[in-house]
Design a protein around this ligand. Sequence first.
Ligand code: PRP
Length: 171
Amino acid sequence: MERILTTRQVRSTVRSLAARIRADYADQRPILVGVLKGSFVFLADLIREVNMPLEVDFVAVSSYGRGRASSGEVQFVRDITTDIAGRHVLLVEDIADSGLTLEELRRHFLGRAPASLRVCALLARASLLAGNPDAVDYVGRSVPDGFVVGYGIDFGEDYRYLPDIWVLEEE
Ligand code: PRP
């Protein structure tokens, strides 16, 4: 495994995202929707750095299951319970890989008439951003291809506990 972000780098990335969010959503009491499971560590740190009135909800989706490759299908495991009509919604992802999960979630939530809907991802693939620069509104870091783990992100449900972020070497 190769470490691509130390805990210090993760913290500074979260801080700079939080500063942008705080400035953009001042007095708007946004609803931050964490995309489970991967985003739970990031969201927990992010809201404490944002440190202003906001609400939190979660949606659970899965496209990778226990394998390394996306199944190409996004399965809804749990929906949010908050009424988002007329509210400012920010989807919070650990990593935007193909962008499929976010695309599906945008479609899903736009149908409920939020006042705004944006996306924040701690990590996004450089290849995704090159082809679709608007896929993510707030990007922490762009990352090269390779299977990323740690800070909430798993491989086969392992490694979520790591405080820093790593890329798994190919076997
Ligand atoms: C991962 C990750 C994102 C999604 C990104 O979730 O946490 O939600 O895949 O991939 P995409 O941009 O190609 O759609 P996963 O399906 O592994 O579920 P998990 O968060 O529960 O681990």
